[in-house]
Design a protein around this ligand. Structure first.
Ligand code: CO
Length: 134
């Protein structure tokens, strides 16, 4: 059911420092910081040949990644995003299998303007999974 790895998201405490590290030290192509107020994050997109890395930094007081930094002050891998062809069909199949979908279960528009859902990390070996319909 899942297709390509769309991106890996890394929560970073210092966005400028992390972006510069990916650009200068790792030699990757990085975007300018993009504030996404609806998602409570500022994102730098790192383009790789076969996937993307998203550097996430909290934006606003109610950022959904604020809690992550309480447990991981130096940052860390926040989630992985897999592509699916039909996000509602994927959700239904996962819920039938007992997996928990975060929020109200309805797909939201993600950082790339496509429908996304998140799956409870406790149901997937401790990893937060995002599904994106492409
Ligand atoms: Co994501």
């Amino acid at each position: 059911m899942i297709g390509r790895l769309n991106h890996v998201a890394i929560a970073v405490p210092d966005l400028a420092k992390a972006a510069e590290q990916y650009r200068a030290t790792l030699g990757a192509k990085v975007s300018a910081p993009q504030p996404l107020p609806d998602h409570g994050v500022t994102v730098v997109f790192v383009e790789l040949a076969n996937t993307k890395i998203e550097l996430l930094h909290p934006l606003g007081a109610a950022s959904p990644i604020a809690g992550f930094f309480e447990k991981n002050a130096s940052g860390g891998i926040h989630h992985v995003c897999y592509e699916v062809a039909d996000i509602r069909a994927a959700r239904d199949r996962l819920q039938r299998a007992g997996a928990r979908v975060l929020g109200d279960g309805e797909p939201k528009t993600g950082a790339h303007g496509k429908p996304v859902l998140f799956l409870h990390p406790k149901d997937f070996s401790g990893a937060l999974i995002e599904l994106e319909q492409v």
